[in-house]
Design a protein around this ligand. Structure first.
Ligand code: DX5
Ligand code: ZN
Length: 251
C-alpha cells in the first residue's frame, strides 16, 4: 500500500472578503453548515495595505453564528499598530488574532497581549519576508500565516514560491519540536494548488474567491477544496514523494 504523504486533514478557513456582503450571514451559515470551523476576517487600514475593508462591527455581527457552531472567528490584522485594536476585536468576538511581522516592532509584547486576551495568537509574513523572520517568535504562537499574495486584495494570483516557504517552515517546526503550530496559507488558494500546499505542510487554508465563487454553492466549493486535498494524498506515489518532507506524515 502506498503511504499517504499527509494524513492530517487541512482545515478550510473561508475569507469573507470574497463573500456577497448583502447576504453575509447566509454565506457564513452555508460555510458553517459545510463543517467549516474557522472564519477568516480580513481587516485592512488603507495604510499598511492599500485598501480598506471591515472592522469590529462585522466581527460582532458574525459572533452569534460562530459561537452557535463552535467556530473560531479569526481576524487577520493588516493594519499599522495592531496593538491599539486587540482589545476591541477580542471584545467583538474574535478568538484568534493574526498580526504581521512587518507591522510589529515589539512582536513578543503583541503576541503576549493576544494570549493575555485568551485568543489564539498568529503571526503573518508577506511573500517577500523570509521564513527566518518567524524564528524567534515560533515558540510563542499558535498560527504561522504564510501570505501567498501581497496582502490587500482578494482574488489575486497565487505566488508559487510559497510552497517552498511552507516546506521550509514545516522543516523548522519539526526540527524544533513545535509541530503544534499551525501553518496557514492565505491568498489565491484553490483546488489547483491546495494539494501541493498540504504536501508541503500547510494545515489551514484560507480561501476567499474559491469558497465564495457564486458559480456554485458555498458548501460545494468547500467540499471541492477538501476533495482536491484528499485526491492529492491518495494519488501520491512513492516516486512522487521519494523524499517526504519532514513532518508531512502526521497522525
Ligand atoms: C488578502 C487577504 C486574503 C484574501 C484571500 O489580503 O488577506 O485573506 O481575502 O482571498 P483569495 O482567496 O480570493 O485570494
Ligand atoms: Zn487574510
Amino acid at each position: 500500500m502506498i503511504a499517504p504523504v499527509s494524513t492530517r486533514p487541512v482545515e478550510i478557513a473561508p475569507s469573507i472578503l470574497a463573500a456577497d456582503f448583502l447576504r453575509l450571514g447566509a454565506q457564513v451559515s452555508d460555510a458553517l453548515d459545510a463543517g467549516v470551523r474557522r472564519i477568516h476576517v480580513d481587516v485592512m487600514d488603507g495604510h499598511f495595505v492599500p485598501n480598506l475593508s471591515m472592522g469590529p462591527l462585522v466581527v460582532s455581527a458574525l459572533r452569534p453564528l460562530a459561537e452557535h457552531a463552535g467556530a473560531i472567528l479569526e481576524v487577520h490584522l493588516m493594519i499599522a499598530e495592531p496593538d491599539r485594536y486587540l482589545d476591541t476585536f477580542r471584545h467583538a468576538g474574535a478568538t484568534a488574532m493574526t498580526v504581521h511581522v512587518e507591522t510589529c516592532p515589539h512582536l513578543h509584547r503583541t503576541v503576549g497581549a493576544i494570549r493575555g486576551l485568551a485568543a489564539q495568537p498568529g503571526v503573518a509574513i508577506n511573500p517577500a519576508t523570509p521564513v527566518a523572520a518567524l524564528d524567534e517568535i515560533l515558540p510563542d504562537i499558535d498560527v504561522a500565516l504564510v501570505m501567498s499574495v501581497d496582502p490587500g486584495f482578494g482574488g489575486q494570483a497565487f505566488i508559487p514560491a510559497t510552497i517552498r516557504k511552507v516546506a521550509r517552515l514545516r522543516t523548522e517546526l519539526v526540527r524544533r519540536d513545535l509541530e503544534h503550530v499551525e501553518i496557514e496559507v492565505d491568498g489565491g488558494v484553490e483546488p489547483e494548488n491546495i494539494g501541493a500546499l498540504a504536501d508541503a505542510g500547510m494545515t489551514i487554508a484560507v480561501a476567499g474567491t474559491s469558497v465564495f465563487d457564486p458559480r456554485a454553492p458555498v458548501g460545494q466549493n468547500v467540499r471541492a477544496l477538501r476533495a482536491a486535498c484528499a485526491a492529492r494524498v491518495v494519488s501520491s506515489s512513492p516516486s512522487a514523494s521519494a523524499t517526504p518532507l519532514p513532518g508531512s506524515s502526521r497522525p
